[in-house]
Ligand binder design. Structure first.
Ligand code: SF4
Length: 306
């Protein structure tokens, strides 16, 4: 396994370092053979670069490549170079020789923040950078490491990738809307909305939709697995979802603190003030629109819900 980092903040590596099931120590020392990862490997400079290309040469077609960060292609890719090579040349060489590639985080999956308008470096995601390869997208800003370990463990256990949605995301992690698993959902249905930060509704844990929460347009399992060993997640802590697992969220989901009247997709905004049964119909239609099929690896509970 090897991990390469391009245009990003290393947030996905930070997430990796917080893995708990199994721990990152167990992952690195017991479960996986990690040949290259710029941030956590002991080697540096030429030794590190040698490790990367030794993987390509010695394990051709037998390794998993994990990419973090977007790949700039404008002006020949000069905006991100490592060891004298452009990111686009590196990702083509490493990923086209991998068994499978995992795009960790929204930057690697879709371009992320570097690709936000006007996208000065021509940033793109891995699948666009190396067309035709097998890529699993694990978008989010950052990716939740539990979804990375689950994807890798699924692959090692069954020899196949978990079922994916039409954006290349595993259904076990991205098959359901945040809105449909949110602990504040009862307040949405009851028409109880936070109207101002710190108001009585905010203190009572009411719905954050009026404060800009993008949970109704976002697919990910944050409410169920949470972060930091399941301690909490953004909405649980009182901040709306920013839609970080969706393509171009920096352009489409902003301004983050405003309820968007024209987010393309599900039309929830039309029913925000009509709570109850009417909304349930819209929610069902949204799930069908997303193309949810069966969930193989999500466990019995997922199947029962489906
Ligand atoms: S709008 Fe946001 S806070 Fe409200 S129920 Fe949906 S996901 Fe939860």
């Amino acid at each position: 396994m090897c991990g390469s980092s391009f245009q990003d903040c290393a947030g996905n590596t930070e997430s990796l370092l917080r893995a708990t099931k199994p721990t990152v120590g167990s992952l690195v020392l017991d479960v996986l053979d990690i040949e290259y990862h710029e941030t956590i490997m002991a080697a540096a400079g030429h030794q590190a670069e040698k490790s990367l290309y030794d993987v390509v040469k010695n394990y051709k077609g037998k390794y998993i490549a994990v990419v973090e960060g977007s790949i700039p292609v404008k002006d020949g890719g000069v905006y991100c170079c490592i060891g004298g090579k452009s990111g686009i040349d590196i990702v083509k060489e490493v990923c086209s020789n991998a068994m499978v590639t995992i795009a960790a985080g929204t930057c690697a999956a879709y371009g992320g923040l570097p690709a936000a308008a006007p996208n000065p470096t021509g940033a793109i995601g891995v699948k666009d950078a190396v067309p035709g390869i097998t890529v699993v997208n694990l978008p989010a800003c950052p990716m939740n490491v539990e979804n990375l370990t689950a994807t890798v463990v699924h692959f090692l256990t069954f020899g196949t990738l978990p079922p994916l949605d039409n954006l290349g995301r595993p259904l076990f992690a991205y098959g359901k809307r945040i809105h449909d698993n949110c602990e504040r959902r009862a307040h949405f249905d009851a028409g109880q909305f936070v109207r101002q930060w710190g108001d009585e509704g905010h203190r009572q844990g009411w719905c954050l939709y009026e404060m800009g929460c993008k949970g109704p347009e976002t697919f990910q399992n944050c409410p169920r697995i949470r972060w930091n060993e399941g301690v909490n997640w953004p909405v649980g802590a009182g901040h709306g979802c920013v839609g970080c697992s969706e393509p171009a969220f920096w352009d489409k989901m902003t301004p983050f603190y405003k309820r968007l009247p024209k987010v393309p997709g599900f039309g929830v905004e039309k029913t925000a003030d009509k709570v109850g049964a009417g909304l349930a119909a819209v929610t069902g239609a949204a799930i069908v629109a997303h193309g949810i099929g069966r969930v193989i690896s999500g466990g019995r509970k997922e199947k029962e819900e489906e």
